[in-house]
Design a protein around this ligand. Sequence first.
Ligand code: HSE
Length: 414
Amino acid sequence: MAEIAVLGHGVVGSGVLEVLYSHRDSITKRAKEEIDVKYILDLRDFPELPYHEKFTKDFNKILQDESIKIVVEVLGGLEPAFSYVKACLEHGKSVVTSNKELVAAKGAELLALAQKNNLNFLFEASVGGGIPIIRPISQCLAANEVSEIAGILNGTTNFILTKMIRERMDFSEALKMAQQLGYAERNPAADVEGDDACRKICILASLSYGTHVYPKDVHTEGISKITLEDVSYAEAWGGVIKLIGQVKTLENGKIQIEVCPMFVSRESQLATVDDVFNGILVRGDATGDVVFYGKGAGKLPTASAVVADIIDCVKHFKARKYLFWEDAREDYVEPYENTFEDVFVRAKAVNSDFALETASRVFGEITRLIRKEEPEGEIGFTVANIQVSKLQKSLESLESAGVSVLNHIKISDF
Ligand code: HSE
């Protein structure tokens, strides 16, 4: 019998209990041992639950219990999760977590600690919820050099953009709907500002390249500035707007990593990933493109990934599952300003001819896009392969010449 403890009985924690109890027989067969939950840590009481006697408010009771070899951390947030997980790894307990804040901020440190103590630290559920992605990247695709990963990694923002594209709902209306449906957190800033997607692409980058990439080193833009006008221009260009987390290797040995809204071509496999679904494209040198698709959040999809890690842990009590990356290397991430991109610009002046002439003078070659019901004075155009520092200067020059820049959006290359 493998006895485990679950830290947190929120959405994911209660889902883990539900999956463990409803699939008890098949899980026992797969783990080759029965798994039982001995403790559930939560500050709240749940007297109505059949397993209410397992609840405790005392983390030390779990830490000091030598029969507990696996601890499942589903509290979310950095503290107290980090202190608890670190203490567990220091006390000979393997840890399974769904906590992306924790892995993105402390992955290198916790993986090193797990390795030192010959324990497992597994986090399949931290990226893509129910979509298998950590294990495929670290095991199934391990023979490849991964040159690029691009993903729709946040279900809330993908739901909002889908409503804007399909139903012409504006951003705030779509956000309200996402909140009413329970997709967005009550405070959805981490979703709409791109921070949630940033944590996830940092975890995937760290795993793929073996070097920790911290969210603070990544250029992050959210979707709150995207308007229905931008959506129409993307359509005129031949695609849709998606919030993308992307990382790729550069010839100079560094990586380029960012999170921002992008124009994505209708031909791209990520263009049809809609609603709350996530999609992750991994470009390997041997496999070519491999795409993962599914529910990136929610109680049972996320719980299923957590339970799969628990089963793996039970099966590997004596042998570590090999997941590891080193701490960050200095200058590993190419500064955003140095990177090159194709970009869409939406601008406005007293009249469209003046706006276009000024844009051509400032940028050199531009390609005009025309949207339905484009008012006089507004223009949309694309610029190919421009360095971000030059783009920023050119946008300033447009403004000084009397052309207001309304928005600019990167154009994807996948
Ligand atoms: N709020 C997140 C999302 C939850 O919408 O994808 C999963 O990380």
